[in-house]
Unconditional design. Structure first.
Length: 256
């Protein structure tokens, strides 16, 4: 007797269900890792806020403190910050779960190429946030304090400050992914390396426009984001030249 021919629709449904179950497991692991990290973050929530607000408090006039304009803000603001810090610290685990879900569908040479990019993306993201905290925050807060009109007193709200700081953290973290994005664009063939190198002026203009949208409306923070972004773009071009090999010439192509 001949073996029954499997139904393609049932195979497709079974494959889809398997992928969905694996996706659920990956998301669950990422959530568990975030929840575990959130426990100590919640315990040290006030200490995390003190650390995060240090660049601003260092620039404020003597005797000036951050304020809470809501009754629940003294509790909710550090609580919210602790949860965001847990997601931030769990980012390598979250990205690894995404990588582990996608990797089985890649070819071996694609996995060898993608793994260094995955590691680089995590490192560059944290480098971007460190750049924002140690270099950008002191500069822009000093600028804001110096430009406060005479007769006005700068009293930052803790909730608004957390939103502002987290926004800049993620903005600079994503901005520092430019080398990885550049290599991927060249590697996938969406953009040719020669096109990127010959249009540096347009890239620089676009970077300043993007920085204007991602940063507060002042020239200091815009420049502090745009210049590193362009330097990272140049680094991405160098990485693409080293990692992406040019395709061999077609012997049947017309030399003319």
């Amino acid at each position: 007797m001949s073996e029954p021919v499997p139904d393609p629709e049932k195979l497709a449904e079974s494959s889809l269900l398997t992928h969905l179950l694996e996706l659920r497991d990956r998301l669950l692991r990422a959530m568990i890792a975030t929840a575990i990290i959130a426990v100590p973050c919640l315990y040290f929530a006030n200490d995390i806020f003190t650390w995060l607000s240090e660049p601003l408090r260092a620039q404020l006039p003597a005797g000036t403190k951050l304020i809470a304009t809501s009754v629940v803000a003294p509790f909710m603001a550090p609580f919210k910050l602790a949860l965001l810090a847990a997601i931030f610290l769990a980012m390598p685990v979250i990205l690894y779960q995404i990588w582990a879900f996608v990797a089985p569908g890649l070819y071996r040479h694609e996995r060898r190429f993608a793994l260094p990019l995955f590691v680089s993306s995590v490192v560059l993201f944290y480098c971007g946030t460190a750049f924002a905290y140690f270099l950008v925050f002191p500069a822009i807060f000093q600028f804001f304090v110096m430009t406060t009109p005479e007769g006005a007193e700068l009293l930052p709200d803790i909730t608004q400050y957390i939103d502002f700081a987290v926004l800049l953290f993620f903005a600079f973290g994503l901005a520092f992914e430019i080398p990885v994005a550049t290599v991927l664009l060249v590697r996938t063939g969406l953009v040719k390396l020669q096109t990127l190198t010959s249009n540096r002026g347009y890239v620089l203009l676009g970077i300043f426009i993007i920085a204007a949208f991602l940063t507060p409306p002042d020239a200091v923070s815009q420049t502090l984001m745009a210049l590193p972004m362009y330097a990272l773009f140049e680094a991405g071009i160098i990485m693409a030249r080293l990692l992406v090999r040019a395709p061999p010439p077609d012997p049947e192509a017309d030399p003319a």
